[in-house]
Design a protein around this ligand. Sequence first.
Ligand code: MGD
Ligand code: MGD
Ligand code: MO
Length: 742
Amino acid sequence: MGRIEKTTSSHWGAFRITAENGRLVSAAPFADDPDPSPICLSVPAAVHHEKRVARPSVRRGWLEGGPGRAREKRGADEFVALPWDEALDLAAAEIDRVRREHGNGAIYGGSYGWGSAGRFHHAQSQVHRFLNCAGGYVASFASYSTGCAQSIMPHVLGMDFLQFSYGEQTSWSQIARETETLVMFGGIGRKNAQVSMGGVTRHSVGPSLEAMRARGAALVNISPLRTDGWEGSEWMPVRPGTDTALMLGLAFTLEEEGLADHAFLARCAEGWGRFRPYLMGEADGVAKSPEWAEPLTGIAAGDIRALARRMAGTRCFISVAWALQRQRHGEQPFWMATVLAAMLGQIGLKGGGIGYGYGSIGGVGTPVKRLGGLALPQGRNPVQAVIPVARVADMLLNPGADYDFNGERRTYPDIRLVMWSGGNPFHHHQDLNRLEEAFRRPDTVIVTEPWWTATALRADIVFPATTPYEREDIGRAFSDPFLFHMPKMIEPVGEARDDYAIFSGLAERLGCGAAFTEGRSAGEWITHLYDRFRQGCAEAGLETPSLDELKARNFVELPIEGEAFERTCLAAFRNDPEAAPLGTPSGRIEIFSERIAGFGYDDCPGHPTWFPPEADAAHPLRLVSPQPMDKLHSQLECALEDEPGARPAPLSIHPEDAAARGLEDGALARVFNARGACRARVRVTETVLRGVVALPTGAWFDKAEDGTDLQGNPNVLTEDRGTSRLGQGTSAHTAWVEVEAG
Ligand SMILES: Nc1nc2c(c(=O)[nH]1)N[C@H]1C(S)=C(S)[C@@H](COP(=O)(O)OP(=O)(O)OC[C@H]3O[C@@H](n4cnc5c(=O)[nH]c(N)nc54)[C@H](O)[C@@H]3O)O[C@H]1N2
Ligand SMILES: Nc1nc2c(c(=O)[nH]1)N[C@H]1C(S)=C(S)[C@@H](COP(=O)(O)OP(=O)(O)OC[C@H]3O[C@@H](n4cnc5c(=O)[nH]c(N)nc54)[C@H](O)[C@@H]3O)O[C@H]1N2
Ligand SMILES: [Mo]
């Protein structure tokens, strides 16, 4: 007891945390962070919030009727608290029934989500390891972050997209030094880089942009929101979903004005000759000129031409936010951006070329040596079935139906049991009313979660999980030089248990306890994983502290960041494409892909193609739903919800659009379309393009009797449709809405 003050790590970075007499009392930014995130400030209030799940809880209809009963009451039923042993017995018996009667292929354990940052108590790894030990599960491919990029980009660059993003892309330090024109599709602002998987200790994106500005580099923010750019950026307000048209207009100018680097295209790219007739209009009678792009994008033809000339005339880096592929035909802007960069011929040069996700997440472009290890082994999944992650509702609603995915014809499995740990699908999935319908299909839904989220409220069995402050762990992100001992600050709140303890209890009951635990306690696992990591480091010539020393010091910075670890994306390939070919069929950047053309998809043909957005006359405002500034997704929401005026969430709208609807700043509004409706608080601002409204993600879905979400969750409005048959990613940013006072 008494007072403990320590540093801990999280997805939004390191922070100081203080406990007094068994309760967290305050949090403060990490002293060595030049641009810390405010997210940590909500931690103490959230951890001790009344919305914590106090005890194992079982939905009454399920408890009384058995699996599959009163499924329509999911989300409206009450919960019965049970002792741990009874709840674990019930859950284990149900997992056993499903695997015996239907096979492990009837268990969905894709369980997408961000959980928390520690390496051992990593909820995804825990649930996947458990399900593998129990005979396997239907898994998921890719993420909501980079769903279709992970399908399209390997065809274009011949590399796994995440390997490319984190292992190959140009370092920020080099961009900050060398780039003259930084063209940012989707912007690079302060907001998103606060966060990175596993943590980002020194937030350096802001300081890098500041350094560029100070030496006179041009920062061009191409986005519907001015706030997506760093202070001092030029703003080119583009209509959402039209970046491909803008890029085609830029490419057309380069070709028309003799600015394209044909030597580079001939040496390093494949298929220019198949793409050029489309670009210039010889193939379809439509020249993709700046004049053609102007009415589509909302950007004047003269500005498009001027930008193309600047890009060709300076050391230019094109950055593309992940948001651009989180929409219908999201494959196209990602592919076209690479084609544009290839035409500029600066790929592989210092501070030139192309990169993805720089504005999306911290950790992209950090000059940090990659180290292996420190992950809980997940074992092998005997079940082969995998769905694209964002097709979860389609799967639950359409068992046995066929669908296309990246050149394959696949069939959705018939899911009887859903297990979710460390994610909140009723935050992250699109068209939540449809997801609610889908979640009524399986016999049983089991969720481990610290809080009564909208997902926990729609489960049959809810196990209360601890938060990182209630257990010990090791914190390390692969893109960060720091290593943390994450101390246990307080005893578990209520009857919460670690995910590891929960899955150990289930595994024992299912006869696979020894396989799951390998006889180790949580503390022994941490020692085991850390020792393995340390040994790997030693083999690579890197000294790390012993675990006891790390505990005593709380955190250390490893000497693995700096110019020595700087990268220039695709430099070796540029220098000698024969000696260092890409993994594409041609070994070069594929402007035209025979392989994709061979799939025969009309929604993703063999070269980058413009698809006009499908307008919705009754709902004329385009909704973008960016990540929230003040938090990570839906996490810690209960603390923010309590702040006066914070909810429903703020909807940014242009003054003319607001005036046309009689909406005043600060007033309450109803945002709606054919799929659903939510409340929001009007924020009238000129920082959003006319015709566009922005409602951040993260509010806890809370449905009133008339079906309106009271908190302002944009996912009651978004469309649950794949990006295309190729990528099948989420189309979260493609939605049309109307807004009215009330
Ligand atoms: N409209 C729209 N929707 C979007 C997006 C968008 O741009 N627009 N973005 C998408 C993207 S990129 C993402 S990544 C997703 C994010 O979606 P999620 O990752 O599902 O969102 P989180 O709120 O981070 O969910 C993590 C959950 O894990 C719980 N948790 C935390 N620690 C632990 C733990 O130790 N154990 C257990 N069992 N649980 C824990 C948290 O309480 C929380 O409920 O949202 C997607 N949804
Ligand atoms: N503070 C904070 N930071 C986060 C997160 C968080 O929850 N909170 N989540 C993290 C995660 S998991 C992820 S995946 C990343 C996501 O990173 P991104 O995908 O880059 O982030 P978003 O906030 O969805 O979108 C960035 C901006 O893109 C713009 N945009 C939307 N559609 C278009 C379009 O069609 N064209 C153009 N040019 N711009 C468009 C929007 O105005 C939006 O503000 O963020 C990470 N960073
Ligand atoms: Mo994400």
